[in-house]
Design a protein around this ligand. Structure first.
Ligand SMILES: [Zn+2]
Ligand SMILES: [Zn+2]
Length: 361
């Protein structure tokens, strides 16, 4: 399968390490970074990318064939500052500081063209509280004609439509539950990010709590929308698993554990089965005739349903006290997820999103 999207993981943690916060850079696979970049979350930014480039100077290399002479390969190497100057748009799932830190800190010094911030209206209103000349200078505007401002707020509606956020990249947004405050839902977002030319997509989750603990489950809507796209169009899901196994529900603070993540993936697999049954293939009709009710029968019906799908675990909360090497927590969480998945044999490939990873989708 041809590669459609090129994703660089700048930071993938959920705190407290400020050098490893949610920050991803995305471009069409056949484009150069200088043709434009989408920043997906903006926790860690230039400083972290600079460190990553010190460790791996080839990390951002693009090899393109010169149009004048297709025998000449041109290899370009960029600095972290140049890469951030190429950003045209930011996609933000919610305005918690671990997702916007670098956007705010670098706002006054970013080079390149004006950058649009795409997010839900509430998220943009939360950002307005920061860009209000007290916490930080006001560097963002709602008005296209305010060309002096560094950022332009752009509301991303969750109305079922895909909206262009970049040449050849469109996004469909869904609201997610991310805990409560004073009795209200705190809303985060999930994004289906589509490469328009190939129709290949990735699904990126903001912080999310399990549907099983939410008073008004919303993640199921994301799974229903994903079901028909697996595996041909939707190849990769990026989803949080902030805590290791065994954390009680009352201490989730709007996040997932391995047990809850696996329950969510089983919910996705069931939606995929429902979709395939609705298409009425004879194989799926045979599955439908299976006795239901027992866990064993239910699991058999889901075996290899998610073949071809990769799930990248992210936003693991580092335990800085319990470990010399804070990043080891994500490997522990990945192992716990894989162990729990063994009983289901969904066929899904589980990885950790790691800083410095370049992922082809
Ligand atoms: Zn977060
Ligand atoms: Zn959050």
């Amino acid at each position: 399968m041809a590669i459609a999207l090129d994703l660089l993981v700048v930071g993938s943690g959920g705190g407290p390490d400020e050098t490893n916060l949610s920050g991803y850079l995305l471009k069409p696979a056949d484009a150069d970074w200088r043709d434009g970049v989408v920043a997906l979350e903006a926790g860690s930014g230039q400083g972290t990318l600079r460190q990553l480039l010190r460790q791996n100077p080839q990390l951002l290399d693009c090899t393109t064939v010169s149009s004048k002479n297709d025998l000449v390969e041109e290899r370009r190497r960029y600095t972290a500052n140049e890469i951030y100057s190429f950003i045209r748009s930011y996609l933000i799932t919610h305005a918690h500081l671990d997702h916007i830190n670098s956007l705010v800190i670098s706002a006054g010094s970013l080079r390149g063209q004006r950058k649009s911030i795409y997010a839900a209206k509430q998220t943009l209103q939360d950002l307005e509280l920061i860009f209000a000349d007290r916490l930080w200078p006001n560097l963002a505007s709602w008005d296209e004609s305010d060309e002096d401002y560094k950022f332009l707020y752009k509301i991303l509606e969750s109305d079922g439509n895909y909206y262009p956020v970049h040449p050849f990249i469109s996004v469909r947004s869904f609201p997610l539950n991310h805990g409560t405050y004073e009795g209200n839902h705190y809303v985060s977002s999930a994004f289906f990010i589509r490469h328009d030319l190939s129709s290949v997509e990735l699904l990126f989750f903001g912080d999310v709590e399990p549907d099983s603990v939410a008073s008004d489950p919303r993640t199921i809507d994301v799974w229903r929308a994903a079901a028909s796209k697996i595996p041909d169009k939707l190849r990769a899901i990026f989803i949080e698993c902030s805590w290791p196994s065994g954390r009680p529900d009352e201490l989730l603070h709007g996040h997932l554990t391995p047990e809850h993540l696996v329950a969510e993936l089983v919910a996705l697999a069931k939606e995929v089965v429902n979709h395939r049954q609705s298409l009425g293939s004879s194989r799926e009709r045979a599955r439908k005739r299976q006795k239901s009710g027992s866990v064993r029968d239910e699991n058999e019906g889901l075996v290899h349903v998610l073949d071809g799908l990769s799930v990248y675990i992210m936003h693991c909360k580092d335990d800085m006290v319990g470990s010399e090497e804070p990043y080891s927590i994500r490997y522990l969480i990945k192992a716990q997820v894989q162990k729990l998945l063994e009983a289901h044999q969904l066929g899904v490939q589980v990885e950790c999103a790691e800083p410095g990873m370049r992922i082809n989708i």
